[in-house]
Design a protein around this ligand. Structure first.
Ligand code: ADP
Ligand code: MG
Length: 286
């Protein structure tokens, strides 16, 4: 489809030249852009106004401003608006999604998985300290800074994020992607930032096995997924787990704890022997 004229005008005014598409999610398409004066490259997230209410976009922008810059978070550089779309200028990462990496290479080694989880935990620590819950953690929203094997990881997509704590309405209701939602969220209970750690547990399970803990053969629909999560059907019986350390499985169980008050926190994750032990074995970026 041809771009609206006003978008071209806005891009020209911002002195941005548009290149190819970097990715797309449920709400946005993201393009590579080059800032003409200095040639620096960024990612431009274009959000269609017809599909995203104004207050939802405002919240994402507010969240991005509050979070600011962090080595493991994709940060906002600028913002533009046209009659039909919003454009969020983001710092660029060029290694693609962790999702694509899993599809291409299969399961991660424990060492690589620990390095990734450590970086996600650092991102979450920062985000939660700012009073923000991400609420849509999944391999599609974890981006690699470069195509290198040991590329740094950044958390992106604050489109479903919410402020929590004093002065904010309690978080409740389903928000995110069913396969990564914590049981308290699926039950419709008020919930806290622990839901993000649950999602890290699902992600870690996938990284180490190549399949989803609550949908091992990839055939479950949303209702079946919900039923499996609520029944807490997570097991390590598949052959592949025979080659995974007990330490890694313990970390997964701590993250996939059905009781949010007992679930591993970002700080506990960062100091867990498995994350420290394996992560320390390779020089970590940052
Ligand atoms: P949505 O809300 O539609 O899911 P995202 O913010 O997740 O939008 O962006 C969609 C996809 O675009 C991401 O999954 C990723 O592939 C790509 N993308 C997003 N931000 C960047 C970025 N800063 N650099 C490179 N690619 C990005
Ligand atoms: Mg997304």
């Amino acid at each position: 489809p041809r771009r609206e004229k006003s978008l071209d005008d806005a891009l020209q005014q911002a002195r941005l030249a548009v290149g190819g598409e970097l990715g797309a999610g449920a709400f946005a398409t993201v393009h590579l852009v080059r800032r003409q004066p200095d040639g620096e490259r960024f990612a431009l997230k274009l959000v269609d106004k017809a599909r995203t209410p104004h207050d939802v976009m405002q919240r994402e922008l507010h969240v991005l401003r509050v979070i600011g810059q962090h080595q493991h978070v994709v940060s906002m550089v600028d913002f533009l608006e046209t009659p039909n779309a919003w454009g969020v200028l983001l710092d660029l990462v060029t290694g693609g999604e962790v999702f694509e990496r899993i599809c291409a290479d299969g399961a991660f080694s424990e060492q690589d998985a620990a390095a990734l989880v450590r970086q996600v935990a650092l991102a979450l620590k920062h985000v939660h300290a700012a009073g923000v819950c991400h609420r849509d953690l999944k391999p599609e929203n974890l981006l690699l800074c470069s195509p290198e094997h040991d590329a740094k990881v950044k958390l992106c997509d604050f489109g479903l994020a919410a402020f929590y704590g004093e002065g904010h309405p309690p978080m409740e209701g389903r928000s995110g992607t069913v396969g990564y939602m914590a049981p308290e969220q699926l039950r419709g209970l008020p919930y806290g930032p622990e839901v993000d750690l649950w999602a890290v547990g699902v992600i870690l399970y996938i990284l180490l096995s190549g399949f989803h803990p609550f949908d091992p053969d990839g055939s479950a629909d949303d209702d079946a997924l919900v039923a499996n999560v609520l029944a807490h059907k997570v097991d390590f019986t598949d052959e592949c787990w025979r080659h995974v350390s007990a330490g890694a499985r313990d970390v997964i169980c701590g993250l996939l704890h059905p009781d949010p008050s007992q679930r591993t926190t970002a700080d506990q994750l960062l100091s867990s022997p498995w994350v420290c032990g394996h992560a320390a074995a390779t020089p970590l970026p940052g």
